[in-house]
Design a protein around this ligand. Sequence first.
Ligand code: ATP
Ligand code: MG
Length: 387
Amino acid sequence: MSKPIEKSIGIVGGGQLGKMLVESAQKWNVRFNILDAKGSPAARYAEAFIEGSLTDVDRIKELASVSDIITYEIEHIDAEALLQLSKEGKRIVPSPEILLTIQDKGKQKDFYKELGLPTTKYILLDVNDIDLRKEDIEKLSGNRLVVKSCTGGYDGKGVLIIERELISKKHLSAQFKGRILIEECVENGKELSVIVARDDAGHVVTYPVVEMVFDPSKNLVDYLFAPARVSKIIEEEARRISIEAVKHLDGVGLFAVELFLDDQENLFINEIAPRPHNSGHHTIEACNTSQYEQLVRILLEYPLGNTSLHSPVVMTNIIGPPELSGDYKLIGHEDLLKVPGASLHWYNKIETRPGRKMGHFTVLNSSLEKAIDQAHLIQDKLKIVPV
Ligand SMILES: Nc1ncnc2c1ncn2[C@@H]1O[C@H](COP(=O)(O)OP(=O)(O)OP(=O)(O)O)[C@@H](O)[C@H]1O
Ligand SMILES: [Mg+2]
């Protein structure tokens, strides 16, 4: 009798998303190979760990040579190398073509615009030409605008929300290089996320809409919760737009669609991440099938799992404090572990850095309000401190 799972999965990237991807499939005994720097969170779970840069073509090829299927947990990797491997017949999910579109925020915006999917009004330009494009900038509304690098941004770096008067070559050329995007700012809006899973046969499922609460000082998610506090109509529209975008990408895999909801109840797609996402961590404890298991199912060409939420849930990132770099310890986790319905995920990063995602926790409670209160109490006690 053949064993149920005999394929090996190679992951480009061994961060926390890779770690949780591996963890999700331990029950099935799936073998994983991982490419990343030494000491990465997922390294110790790998059957074959390949130490190297995510943009090193030879290391990516080495990973592919020992893996039946390749996926990735970060966008900043060599997509051309993956494209080449895909042409040679390697199964790469999501496809490298999708990654090439997504790696460039300008290409992404053009894609949504061409499809007629709602996205904030924008212009694309070279940072050196800002002063020549004053007229086009004038056509964007609002007191503040958002400036973004087309490539290389991550975790809010490469994104600047700025008063429109300050948009000039003089102000921006130190922070931005090359192609940029300037777009209208959604003020006082909500940030939502919809995780879409689509398999090779085109079957598609979505997870319940998640609402993210941002910490503006760090440009990082402070906490998020599900179900989102939106009307049924918005919930359905958010899911519809997200599925539409993934279908038109011809996407196979797992996609996190980030959206804004403005105070007039208009939805806009912000961007898509073609991989497991921070806004889906809670699915491990709160959904029948986690986002990670869902991706493994797709990679192995198994049926999609049920995405229902079985409890309201809050997820909070545990972030490296601003003043500390290097060795550290965590305090307060014993208090967290005493709370019924609370779970801790620790990423085992060797060093802390300001703003770095070090871990996260979730709180399940039949009352969403109570879960939010409990998460705040836990957050007040949890601290990353020097050793
Ligand atoms: N048009 C906008 N209006 C209002 N806020 C915005 C806008 N664009 C971006 N932001 C804010 O900046 C954050 C980061 O922007 P974006 O998601 O585009 O960049 P990113 O670097 O890819 O971030 P991440 O990796 O965290 O997803 C958003 O989550 C949101 O809080
Ligand atoms: Mg984003």
